[in-house]
Design a protein around this ligand. Structure first.
Ligand SMILES: Cc1cc2nc3c(=O)[nH]c(=O)nc-3n(C[C@H](O)[C@H](O)[C@H](O)COP(=O)(O)OP(=O)(O)OC[C@H]3O[C@@H](n4cnc5c(N)ncnc54)[C@H](O)[C@@H]3O)c2cc1C
Length: 424
């Protein structure tokens, strides 16, 4: 296959932000190609097992994709609305099917198991790319290119400038799911030992959830608050079932449409993105940690005694990797001062949220509603390249707030609007 195909927009990466962008491009009538290296859509939402979507008071700006996703997931029994009115509690496996349903458009092509082999560009414009799919090379020409890879693979291949890390790094995680958990029994246990509604809460809504019982709870080694589960984790460490690092961050949630499954937002992985040998060793250690945590909960937490490991994330949970230099680099000061912009992409209030490797160094700082300008998604190097999702042009602290799924979706949607205004 070597015939050149022409599109208005090529989106590289069918994850959280890429799906939102593809949806809106197609809805606005643009001839769109979405390529994805996995055999499913969703990125961290599905392959990374990242649930639920964090609640962020987005004031109805570029939320069309989010609403469509929630409505469609509801029809697939893959969504619940939690007691705090967060309707973003989803089922990560069923979401793979839901996303394909949401993205069914005649003017949108999706290519799975496809990546970018090479890019042809001149001074400030990307002209065309060669895609790689199994043994085939596919030449593609497009007017606009969107990097939605989560890692900035496309921008790096195009030699774009990367923002300096300043030695600040988020901790990563390898998430997993246990099945065959007796959630009723576990909820009786945690509500008995932990009455703090901030850390632990349970919720049953007969109408919404088919009488499913849902919960969230956590424990970390930070001493900033009282963690009722920590005495059990400490015991696990003392008895040699857990390592001290396993105590650093432990967070679990129930899953929409899954009466006996529990999603774990742990174990943590150290950050070795630029060293594949170290990163691979970390992934092996993470699976050993999953095995330890599994044996720990089976022994100590009522309801987990018959549990089994059903899923280990196929996509590593990398919170922050490469942020690309944009026409306007959004800063923590912009965020905290609620600076307003002519062309806002989103309005949100998710906190500055930094997961640190060191005890008592993590940050969860509440904010007022902030805006993000479209210029923070426009490449500083090329006039027809945009970066959306967790590779946006923002400093480390601002990024830590903007990286949540709802904001990544608004970025994708806003870029589609921006391009459509130029083309139509
Ligand atoms: C451990 C962890 C926990 C989190 N917890 C939450 C949470 O509870 N709630 C919340 O709202 N947010 C949470 N987040 C943040 C949020 O999930 C991510 O920041 C967001 O999903 C990133 O979206 P994205 O589109 O940038 O990347 P992704 O969703 O990762 O999408 C990138 C896509 O690009 C594809 N891709 C990559 N390279 C190529 C290539 N060369 N060619 C083709 N395809 C490619 C990938 O396969 C993937 O599908 C968490 C993140 C992590 C890591």
């Amino acid at each position: 296959m070597d015939k050149l195909s022409k599109y208005d927009v090529l989106i590289v990466g069918g994850g959280t932000s890429g799906c939102a962008c593809a949806y809106n491009c197609a809805k606005l009538g643009l001839k769109t190609l979405l390529i994805e290296k996995n055999n499913f859509l969703g990125g961290l939402m599905t392959g990374g097992l990242v649930v639920p979507i964090m609640k962020s008071s987005v004031e109805d700006l570029n939320c069309g994709f989010y609403k469509k996703l929630i409505d469609t997931a509801k029809k697939f029994n893959a969504q619940i609305t939690y007691s705090d009115k967060n309707d973003g509690w989803l089922n990560p496996e069923v979401l793979k099917i839901v996303l394909e349903e949401v993205l069914e458009f005649n003017n949108l092509d999706i290519l799975f198991e496809t990546t970018v082999e090479s890019i042809s560009y001149n001074e400030n414009k990307i002209n065309s790319v060669i895609l790689k799919s199994n043994i085939l090379s596919i030449p593609i020409e497009a007017m606009y290119f969107i990097d939605a890879t989560g890692s900035a693979e496309f921008s790096i291949l195009a030699n774009c400038d990367i923002l300096p890390s300043e030695n600040k790094k988020q901790q990563n995680s390898l998430r997993f799911i246990l099945g065959n958990v007796n959630i009723e029994e576990f909820c009786n246990f945690i509500t008995e030992i932990d009455k703090d509604e901030n850390i632990t809460n349970t919720y049953r809504n007969d109408r919404d959830t088919n009488n499913e019982l849902h919960f969230t709870t956590a424990s970390t080694w930070d001493t900033s608050c009282y963690w009722a589960l920590d005495k059990y984790l400490q015991k696990g460490v003392n008895e040699g079932i857990l390592n001290e690092k396993d105590r650093s961050y432990f967070q679990i949630f129930s899953i929409a449409g899954a009466k006996n499954q529990v999603a774990f937002n742990c174990p943590r992985i150290d950050n070795y993105q630029n060293n594949p040998y170290m990163a691979s060793k970390e992934l092996i250690s993470a699976k050993k940690a999953i095995w330890r945590i599994y044996n720990f909960v089976k022994k100590y937490f009522p309801g987990f005694q018959d549990s089994i490991i059903t899923n280990i994330a196929t996509q590593t949970g990398i919170r922050e990797e490469n942020r690309i230099k944009s026409k306007y680099v959004f800063t923590k000061e912009d965020l905290i001062s609620s600076k307003t912009f002519d062309t806002p992409v989103l309005r949100a209030n998710y906190s500055i949220d930094i997961h640190s490797a060191n005890k008592n160094s993590s940050v969860l700082q509440k904010t007022s509603i902030y805006e993000l300008p479209i210029e923070s998604l426009m490449s500083a190097n090329y006039d027809n390249l945009y970066m959306i999702g967790k590779i946006l042009g923002a400093d480390f602290e601002a990024h830590s707030a903007l990286r949540v799924q709802k904001s990544c979706m608004s970025m994708g949607e806003a870029v589609a609007n921006h391009i459509a205004r130029k083309l139509i």
